[in-house]
Design a protein around this ligand. Structure first.
Ligand code: PEP
Ligand code: MG
Length: 889
């Protein structure tokens, strides 16, 4: 049987791999192979594949049997290409060892440089380079790095040794150290290693190599790597590759240098060569920030008012070669590249190229520019921009470089940043906002009765709750920044203050909330307003041309509707009517309706609400200018509208014309132990049909009012929380009758639909018969996730984090749809619904409607539209386009 190939060589005129082999060779390895294929100056080396990493972990941390022989053979080829010998004292080959997974993962294992040095080869290096100081400096760097990264020894002692040598000689900087000084340091370093390790520092280059290779594979499972993977959705199964490469030295004197470069500006996207370098330095010096790197180009140097020469001025020939290389690489990869290079005695070497990370703003500009330059198509441009990253452009943000005084951290529940004064009470928030004060609402957690206060606030902070807690969902819907689950916060309402991490913040003090980072800061941070540039609009037009899914919005107010239309929403997919019930003027009528003991009293209260509700719908229909509007009838458990504390009950009772005692007993009677699975949704209307009757009448009257003035709206009435066809039969029957009545009276007939939410497993399973009556389905994936997984939306924060960390679940199912479980129900309901009713309109209005990964799933499931909060509409448009293009392949 042919042996499996575990090792791939590159450089020196021949390469076994290429850029398409990222899964096997990792990004770094694949690109090194590709660069050498392009004839660029890449120091030779070899890549140990990611499959070795996978085998290593599957087989109790042992290597495949053939690996050692394949590495030996690759090393022999490398020696030949380099014209040096690994461990050869007279002509030593030194190598670097670096990790490199499929996706770039900063924070994994650091690099080991100068591997292959020992007491003999260092002498060879001194002779070859003619520079003993350089040789011993390299040796001490190697011992230091290897001890840190591979042997995991305490590095404090190394710093002490270096410090005392400098003190002894009266030096103030490393540059004053002589060859003899470094030699003395090396000796002490080796002693320190032997003391800590209980055995000598490995002197055999082969042992050193296997130590470093093992450390790279082990680093795949270190805490930093696990954390990074979790936050970037990188599967553990990908593994990392190891790249072993002949060393080139940027620290061989004034004709040597090392640097990093971007082919375009990664922060603005401007088409200019951008980067930094250091003369007489190794790569780590640029990153470590010990010396300040200099600009590559003369123009940048002048712009930054630097005095030291740029690379363009210091090494014009090398610079010209580097320019030719970068232009070749960008044209070849057809994307902005992030490069690492080293100059050894006036000769340029390329150590890395990869697609450069960039801000959302830069991504848009680069995509549009590259279409203009004929480098990429508009579809490719659409695929180049990270949809989720657009968030950066849709909310005010804290200025880069602002020094944050962080009070506490929580979940980044709703993006953007805002400044305001601390308030704890929603009514006070509303009052102060009416006085044009900017306030930030800080609560233990929020409930629907806090909505007016949330709306009046610039941002919301809660001590409890997860990413789909009430505060988080509502804040995202309103476009308010929110930090939820800031567990350190202790609110003392009586004292009018909160404490966090031992610090006290009083009511009325100014704070800043960064909902993108999950930070709460002292004082007013410096802010930057959102900027929708021309490039952003251009990419959106291309996205619209590429997508199939329509994008609607979840909006309850004309203002939200306006914002969403500005961002390109094609309709409202969810108007939660209960949010209209919390208005200060109406809440008394709502409460009367709830506590009513007779149908007559209930109808009287509903009659009071009717004109308000009709006015709400008129305003929303107008804002949507003829676009479809899905109106969901009352959904939450009624007790949410009632006061609960004795104090509140006493305050509210007079406005309802009842005694506090009576109200208190009514509140108790209405209490439920599990309200989310209790008397809510259409169950309310089955028991009290007059509630939906009033809402239906308000919808049809409003539609007639608006139609009389111009653009006729298409109301889509949505029944929440249904589980049977029978519920729809009863409720749709009444709605149709009211429509007939209103249209008869007004002398006009308008199109409308009656449909249902699919947010409970039974509804999904019985979708076939439900579709006999429902004219559309909208998946309420928040409740569907809660009910399918049996995980409470509000309490999930306690354990979901651990579930994701330990990979019990791959991601938070309330953020990204659980495609295997909840998704299976969605697929099944689509299939069964459409089998009954051909062309049944299918949408989704849960929080997942604004999540790119979920949108890709909904595209594949064949839905007609997704609906998300106004501020996510552009993200959804782009993600829908990317999903459609991905399907086309
Ligand atoms: C849902 O359950 O997904 C939904 C949109 O409804 P709500 O979040 O209002 O329960
Ligand atoms: Mg729901």
């Amino acid at each position: 049987m042919a042996q499996k190939q575990w090792v791939y060589g590159f450089g020196g005129g021949e390469s076994a791999g290429d850029a398409s082999m990222k899964a096997l060779l990792g990004g770094k390895g694949a690109n090194l192979a590709e660069m050498s294929k392009l004839g660029l100056p890449v120091p030779p080396g070899f890549t140990i594949t990611t499959e070795v990493c996978t085998e290593f972990y599957e087989n109790k941390r042992t290597y495949p049997a053939e690996l050692a022989a394949q590495v030996d053979a690759a090393m022999a080829v490398l020696e030949k290409k380099a014209g040096k010998g690994f461990g050869d004292a007279s002509n030593p080959l030194l190598v670097s060892v670096r990790s490199g997974s499929r996706a770039s993962m900063p924070g994994m294992m650091d690099t080991v440089l100068n591997l292959g040095l020992n007491d003999e080869t260092v002498e060879g290096l001194a002779k070859l380079s003619g520079d003993a100081r350089f040789a011993y400096d390299s040796y001490r760097r190697f011992i230091q790095m290897y001890s840190d990264v591979v042997l995991e020894l305490e590095h404090g002692e190394f710093e002490e040794i270096l410090g005392s040598q400098k003190d002894l000689q009266g030096y103030s900087s490393d540059t004053e150290m002589t060859a003899e000084d470094w030699k003395a340091v090396v000796k002490e370093y080796k002693r320190a290693v032997e003391r800590q390790l209980g055995k000598p520092f490995p002197s055999d280059p082969k042992d050193q190599l296997w130590g470093a290779v093992g450390a790279v594979f082990a680093s795949w499972m270190n805490d930093r790597a696990i954390f990074y993977r979790k936050h970037n959705n990188i599967p553990e199964s990908w593994g990392t590759a190891v790249n072993v490469q002949a060393m080139v030295f940027g620290n061989m004197g004034e004709t040597s240098a090392t640097g990093v470069a971007f082919t375009r500006d990664p922060s603005t996207g401007a088409k200019k060569f951008y980067g930094e370098f250091l003369i007489n330095a190794q790569g780590e010096d640029v990153v470590a920030g010990i010396r300040t790197p200099r600009a590559l180009t003369k123009a940048a140097r002048l712009e930054m008012k630097e005095t030291g020469e740029s690379l363009e001025e210091a090494m014009p020939a090398v610079f010209a070669e580097l320019v030719a290389v970068y232009q070749k690489l960008e044209a070849h990869y057809r994307d902005m590249q992030d490069l690492e290079f080293t100059v050894e005695r006036d000769k340029l070497y390329m150590l890395q190229t990869r697609n450069g990370k960039r801000t959302a703003k830069a991504a848009l500009k680069i995509a549009v520019d590259m279409v203009g330059e004929g480098l990429i198509t508009t579809d490719e441009a659409v695929l180049r921009v990270d949809a989720a990253a657009l968030d950066q452009l849709l909310h005010p943000t804290i200025a880069d470089g602002y020094t944050r005084d962080i009070i506490c951290r929580g979940l980044p529940a709703s993006p953007g940043a805002a400044v305001g004064i601390v308030v704890f009470d929603p009514d006070e928030a509303e009052r102060l906002a009416a006085d044009r004060q900017k306030v930030i609402l800080v609560r233990e957690e929020t409930s629907p009765e806090d909505i007016h206060g949330m709306h009046a606030s610039q941002a919301i902070v809660t001590a409890r709750g997860g990413m789909t807690s009430h505060a988080a969902v509502v804040a995202r819907g309103m476009g308010r920044p929110c930090v939820s689950g800031a567990g350190d916060i202790r609110i003392n309402m009586k004292a009018g203050e909160f404490t966090a991490g031992g610090r006290v913040v009083k009511r009325g003090e100014t704070i800043t909330v960064d909902g993108s980072a999950g930070h709460v800061l002292f004082g007013a941070a410096q802010m930057v307003e959102p900027e929708l540039t021309g490039d952003f609009a251009t990419v959106m037009t291309w996205a619209d041309a590429a997508r199939r899914l329509k994008v609607r919005t979840n909006a309850d107010t004309p203002h939200d509707a306006d914002v969403a239309v500005k961002f390109g929403a094609e309709g409202i997919g969810l108007c939660r009517t209960e949010h209209m019930f919390f208005d200060a003027q109406r809440i008394a009528s709502v409460r009367k309706m709830i506590v009513a003991e007779t149908q007559g009293a209930r109808i009287k209260a509903l009659d009071e609400l009717f004109p308000h509700q009709r006015a709400d719908f008129v305003a929303i229909f107008k804002a949507m200018g003829g676009r479809p509007v899905t109106i969901r009838f009352l959904d939450p458990p009624l007790h949410e509208f009632l006061p609960h504390s004795e104090e509140d009950i006493a305050e509210v009772a007079p406005s309802l014309g009842v005694t506090a005692d009576w109200l208190s007993s009514r509140v108790k009677a209405l209490a439920e132990s599990n309200p989310m699975l209790g008397f809510r949704g259409c169950r309310l209307a089955i028991v009290f049909p007059e509630i939906y009757d009033m809402q239906a009448r308000a919808v049809f009257e409003a539609a007639c009012d608006v139609a009389e003035q111009g653009a006729a709206p298409i109301p889509e009435i949505m029944i929440p929380f249904a589980i049977t066809k029978k519920e729809l039969e009863i409720l749709k029957g009444r709605i149709d009758a009211i429509a007939g009545e209103v249209f008869g009276k007004r002398g006009r007939k308008l199109d409308y639909l009656v449909g249902t939410m699919i947010e409970l497993p039974r509804a999904a399973l019985r979708a076939g018969e439900i579709a006999e009556l429902a004219e559309f389905f909208s998946f309420g994936t928040n409740d569907l996730t809660q009910a399918t997984l049996g995980v409470s939306r509000d309490d999930a924060g306690r354990f979901l984090g651990t579930y994701v960390e330990r990979q019990v679940l791959t991601s938070d199912p309330f953020v990204s749809i659980d495609a295997d479980g909840v998704g299976e129900l969605v697929r099944l309901a689509c299939e069964r619904g459409r089998a009954t009713r051909q062309g049944l309109k299918l949408g989704i209005c849960g929080e997942h409607g604004g999540d790119p990964a979920s949108i890709a799933f909904f595209e594949r499931a064949g839905l007609d539209y997704v609906s998300c909060s106004p501020y996510r509409v552009p993200i959804a448009r782009l993600a829908a386009a990317q999903a459609a293009l991905a399907r086309k392949g």
